[in-house]
Design a protein around this ligand. Structure first.
Ligand SMILES: NC(=O)c1ccc[n+]([C@@H]2O[C@H](COP(=O)([O-])OP(=O)(O)OC[C@H]3O[C@@H](n4cnc5c(N)ncnc54)[C@H](OP(=O)(O)O)[C@@H]3O)[C@@H](O)[C@H]2O)c1
Length: 239
């Protein structure tokens, strides 16, 4: 990543207040990027605000509940009014409903998971496409999961999440096809199993390892990787 202030990318990240989103923000700032860090409740995003001191005006905290299509449209409209291109979009916000058992799946839980994990990234890319088309080496990373891989599914586990991430994978392929003619690279990324609130303390990876790997992978995207499902090391994940 070019860290010269005038050429460093502008990156929008969703769910930036904790977990992988906070780590994306921290490490992108270290790499010189301008970061638009979106989260549901900016007033309560203390760890995000704590990054501002060292960010030298390169961090802006925005409100976005990705479950709201109206909020997505409003954010895109307000960014559009600034006439500022967007270089990268990292669709990171996600939810993992726990404790689900076959026969007892709640329709509202399933609906919310699909809305946050799959519909929101699709709608956000669609709304921000005009700004991405004007970006420099524009890229979209949809943070998916190996739990959305049909090939790797060997047990009935986390169905609301798995269904939603599989849908996100298809959304990523469709978005890649829609935006390839404009030079916008789009992929789905599996971060690995990472120590966050979602991944839990027994997870395999530290956040820094996963996020640095994903950022390096995003930087290396080419037309050949359009619509690919890659892990944090850039290795393909089976569909
Ligand atoms: N950790 C892992 O092992 C792992 C593995 C595979 C994939 N992933 C994926 O990686 C991404 C980040 O996960 P994580 O481990 O960092 O999870 P996390 O620690 O649970 O953080 C989830 C983030 O998503 C935000 N979020 C949830 N619903 C939202 C909404 N409606 N609008 C805006 N933001 C919302 C949360 O904000 P609030 O604080 O407001 O709730 C939080 O910032 C997710 O897409 C997840 O599916 C994680």
């Amino acid at each position: 990543m070019n860290s010269h202030p005038e050429t460093a990318p502008t990156v929008l990240i969703t769910g930036a207040n904790r977990g992988l989103g906070l780590e994306f923000t921290r490490r992108l700032l270290m790499r010189g990027a301008h970061v638009l860090a979106a989260c549901r409740e900016p007033a309560r995003a203390d760890r995000l605000h704590a990054l501002s001191d060292d960010a030298q005006d390169r961090l802006e905290i925005l409100a976005l509940d990705v479950a709201s299509p109206t909020a997505i449209t409003a954010l895109a409209r307000s960014l559009g009014k600034r006439n500022q291109p967007l270089d990268w979009l990292i669709n990171n916000a996600g939810v993992l409903p726990s404790g689900e058992r076959f026969g007892e799946i709640d329709a509202d839980v399933l609906d919310h998971s699909v809305r946050v994990n799959a519909l929101a990234p699709f709608l956000l890319v669609q709304s921000l496409a005009p700004l991405l088309r004007r970006g420099r080496s524009p890229r979209v990373a949809n943070v998916s999961s190996v739990l959305g891989s049909m090939a790797r599914c060997d047990a009935f586990r986390t169905p609301s999440y798995a269904i939603a991430k599989a849908a996100l994978n298809m959304a990523s392929v469709l978005l890649a096809r829609a935006l390839a003619p404009d030079g916008v690279r789009v992929v789905a990324l599996h971060p690995g199993w990472v120590k966050t609130d979602m991944g839990g303390p027994d997870a395999e990876l530290d956040r820094a390892v996963s996020v640095d790997g994903m950022l390096d992978t995003i930087e290396r995207l080419t037309p050949e990787t359009d619509g690919a499902f890659l892990d944090y090391r850039g290795e393909p994940v089976p569909w």
